[in-house]
Design a protein around this ligand. Sequence first.
Ligand SMILES: [Zn+2]
Length: 466
Amino acid sequence: MRDGFVGIQVNPVGLYDEGIEHALDLMQDTAGVNTLIAYTHTYYGAHNRPRDALAQDHGVPVRDERGRKLPGLWIRHHEERFRGTVLRHRPDPEGTEYAGHDILEDLAEPARKRGMKVFARFLEPHQARTMRYVENWSQVLSIDVYGRLHPNTCFNNPEYQRFWMSSVEDMFKTYPIDGLQYGSERCGPLSRMLFWDDVPTCFCDHCMARARAAGINGERAREGFQKLYEYNLGLKNGTENPVDGAFPTFLRILLRYPEILAWEQMAHDSKEDLAKRLYGAVKIIRPDARFGIHVDHQQSTWDLFQRAEIDYGALARYCDFVKPIAYHDIAAPRIKNWYLARAQKTLLRDTSMGLLAEAFYDLMGYDKTREPELNEMDTCGFSEDYVYRLTRRIVDGVGGQVPVYPGIGFDVPYGDDHFGGDPEIVYRAVIQAFEAGASGIMLSREYAEMRVANMRAVGRALRDLG
Ligand SMILES: [Zn+2]
């Protein structure tokens, strides 16, 4: 059921560089945008983009973001709401451009005048770079298979949970915002290890205690993950030559250590528990505000483990909308280079990239006759049929409990430039999203990157859809 939601993701730096009034007019005039999803914290997100990765046709000079000292925090927090945690959002250091600007305050009137809603956007800042922005961050880091401190945060650490609760409580008690788009661009330890070369985490005392309570042998999980990690590394650097084949040997480790899969599921559940608490917190403070969940690209589109782990019917019980990334263009090189090529170097090395790409399309339910062949994936994006299939699957998954707003992605940077961006496909992607049952759409990835022709293509599709 369509509800008229036309959101756009915006980074405050682009708005301030361009001028808020000018930017809002452009979004509204070209694409009929009625909801602003503004980053309040850019600890994790689009940063330091070169000039060529930004749209040049918004009618004002474009500024390169590299080398500029830009804020991480774009709103004001209040000490009294953080007494339950040792973590503190740090004010931006002296000399930071736009320091002291408050994006929610600055957007309130220009948005109200135009009948636009304002949502905050806060992505889970699990990376080490957040240390710059949050005091005492080292207290919420995770522990890896070797017992070492690891830069990722731990979802089961009560300090981390209180930090989130305080941040969200403070936001909703301070600002009359319409909602929050929360999201965590972090998959479980299995995928992080297999596709991102990350050491498996988290085996801290909190996680071990949670496992014990769930009847999972944490020590066995840790041992199994260590073996798998070393096996995967060995495949990658050529020191591992399993006589029984790369994939069967991977299965052998899983069979001997079924705790690995139990741990992987527990990591997923731990992550979802934070979203559940935040949803509840928002509803207690402001029952009318909307809490949306952003599902990142690997989770929405290509990662087999994430496909198995995310149950959209369950997720719909702790959000007011689901926003899966459905970026058709950039999907092609990301899947080829971030997923298939990595799997083909390790556990799936006994098959060819060509066969792998074909099997990927079939297994994930995409139409291989519509999508680029392997040798086209670095230059040619996915079709609108991908947007249709992805949206349809998630709409069916949530089963009508909440609306689905797929992120229609265009002009997403690839290296120092944009990838794809044919307005005709953007137009068709919007049409197909609604054909598949979307209730609204989210213009993505980020306003400053979007070229006018593509925003107009969105507007034209919305008009044609009535
Ligand atoms: Zn932990």
